[in-house]
Design a binder for this molecule. Structure first.
Ligand code: HEM
Length: 533
């Protein structure tokens, strides 16, 4: 009967399936869950899984080192990274040799001790420098600073010739010229302001940009463009947060930063085109761009002679054979010099003027030395021999850089798992940031580290602490401009000491530190300048 019924009645397979589902839905625990499913519960479940994964991944990468016991879901301390607080960083350095945070998807370890920091700087097989997220967009991904290993070493070799003693000497008159102009402006601006001290940090930033541009591209760039780059450079620094939103959205900080960077690149490319024409016509070297283009031209001439079958004496072979670089490639590289120097030198310059104003007895020694080395003629231009003979001025610059190291951290990223210590291995892809401040404030290397004592550089004690001198990094990426930067700061403060008087209006924030890529006094250093009688 049943068989017959089944055979004679038509039952739709779909209907059949539906009724089976109904049957499953209606019965059992799973059925009840499936029945209660809706879009919100699905979303909530996915969210819970992601939060758990985010938390688990943080705990797994952190295991064994100091750091918050849990991570704010997904974003972590993102807001803190947007508004960096020096004193929170300091707490981190003091919390342990290795400590960590996780912002968005980035896991970041901070290496606080001198030896840990040195290990980071000196482990190129495991680590490479990584500038903040937005940097490849500003500098362009093809920029040399993103090269690694052999390629980086080779490229850098081609730039070394631009920073030798002989090369640096050639750039000095340009720097002297900028200081003469700006110091006159300092006096005029203070007079206009009724000699009332006002924050001078923005003016110092412009001064440093002008000195850099003159050193890098000589007279190929007009003063108006230098001012514009100095002004817009704020937007570049402001865009440089540790972690940014991955896409550049219009009217955001990164958008303004990119526009400013594009403008600077464009201007440097125009300079390169002018430089090539001038150098081809036999122009003399007055700036870094000239020196570089001349090396390219000398290399080309050498290659042509060899190709013609001439026997060229080794002494005529350029020290470094360079290929030709396009205007845009030259612009990209010169832009990295500005990028590396602008914030750091502005920070050092601001602290230097503030510290000297607050310690007139030390400034007097700098002044005495600078007058003496000029044979009493304060208008005598500086030269390399004079700068190298400065003992006090050098000590003051060195101590400023130790006491207030402009760059407090340099982010590196792990190319593969990196055994930082016996107990901790940094997982591939994570960031590690060697801290510089603890090394320059180590009481064993520099007794009384929170006191400004240039004498330690005169006795030679501080110079012996080579391992702690991490102000310019160390290892394969150590600062290319370190000699230039220090000589330039010496030339500046030495010249200022004999031409200018300046008063500092201390405020409760003068000794507090603000982090704006590098470090500055929180009140931005309130000064007024007058001409020295
Ligand atoms: C007081 C001023 C300066 C300070 C404190 C400073 C500090 C630093 C530090 C800490 C690094 C990273 C080093 C590392 O990873 O081991 C660096 C790299 C660099 N600096 Fe400086 N710097 C200063 C001025 C300059 C100037 C004036 C220039 C250019 C003319 C310059 C060009 C560079 C370049 C090109 C790099 C990257 C080198 C590479 O990756 O091979 N810096 N600097």
């Amino acid at each position: 009967m049943d068989v017959l019924a089944n055979a004679t009645s038509f039952v739709s397979p779909l209907a059949n399936a539906n009724s089976k589902i109904q049957a499953v839905r209606a019965s059992g625990f799973v059925g009840r869950i499936v029945e209660s499913l809706n879009i919100w519960t699905v979303l909530l479940t996915v969210l819970l899984i992601l939060v758990t994964y985010d938390q688990y991944s943080y705990q797994w990468r952190k295991h064994g080192i100091v750091g918050p016991s849990w991570k704010m879901p997904f974003i972590g301390p993102f807001l803190e990274s947007v508004h960096p607080d020096f004193y929170k960083y300091k707490q981190k350095w003091e919390s342990g040799d290795l400590s960590c945070v996780s912002v968005f998807h980035k896991f970041v370890v901070i290496a606080s001790t001198r030896d840990m920091a040195r290990k980071v700087f000196n482990s190129p097989a495991f680590l490479k420098p990584t500038v903040v997220d937005v940097a490849p967009k500003l500098l362009r991904p093809t920029n040399w600073v993103f090269l690694d290993g052999r390629e980086h070493v080779e490229y850098r070799k081609g730039l070394n010739g631009l920073f030798t003693r002989q090369a640096l000497e050639v750039y000095l008159p340009g720097q002297e010229d900028v200081y003469n102009r700006y110091f006159k402006n300092f006096v005029a601006m203070s007079k206009e302001n009724g000699m009332k001290p006002k924050p001078w940090m923005p003016v110092f930033r412009e001064l440093m940009c002008a000195v850099s541009c003159r050193t890098f591209v000589g007279h190929y760039m007009s003063d108006a463009i230098v001012k514009r780059i100095a002004h817009d450079y704020y937007l570049i620094t402001a865009a440089m947060e540790l972690v940014n939103f991955p896409i550049i959205l219009p009217y955001t900080k990164t958008w303004y930063g990119k526009k400013a960077a594009d403008m600077a690149l464009d201007e440097f490319a125009k300079c390169a085109a002018k430089c090539k024409v001038r150098m081809a016509a036999g122009g003399d070297v007055t700036c870094i761009m000239d020196a570089w283009v001349k090396q390219m031209m000398d290399s080309e001439k050498y290659r042509e002679r060899v190709a013609r079958g001439e026997t060229v004496d080794q002494s005529e072979k350029p020290p470094q054979l360079l290929r030709d670089f396009t205007d845009f490639e030259i612009a990209q590289t010169v832009f990295t010099f500005l990028f590396a120097s602008q914030d750091a030198t502005s920070s050092a310059c601001t602290w230097l003027f503030q510290i000297m104003a607050d310690r007139p007895e030390i400034l007097d020694k700098v002044r005495e030395e600078n007058l003496r080395l000029r044979g009493g003629d304060r208008n005598k231009p500086f030269d390399m021999d004079m700068l190298e003979a400065m003992v006090w001025t050098r000590a003051v610059v060195k101590e400023t850089l130790r006491y207030r190291p402009p760059v407090i951290f340099v982010p590196y990223v792990a190319k593969k798992d990196f055994p930082v210590s016996e107990n901790y291995t940094l997982p591939k892809g994570s960031m590690i940031i060697p801290a510089i401040w603890p090394a320059t404030h180590d009481p064993e290397a520099y007794p009384n580290p929170d006191s400004f004592e240039p004498e330690r550089w005169i006795t030679g004690d501080a110079d012996k602490q080579v391992k702690n001198w991490l102000v310019f990094g160390t290892g394969p990426h150590y600062c290319l401009g370190q000699t230039y930067a220090q000589l330039n700061l010496m030339a500046m403060i030495g010249k200022a000491s004999i031409l200018l008087d300046w008063v500092h209006e201390p405020t409760p924030l003068s000794e507090s530190i603000e982090v704006f890529a590098t470090i500055f006094p929180q009140d931005h250093c309130k000064l007024a300048f007058s001409e020295r009688p």
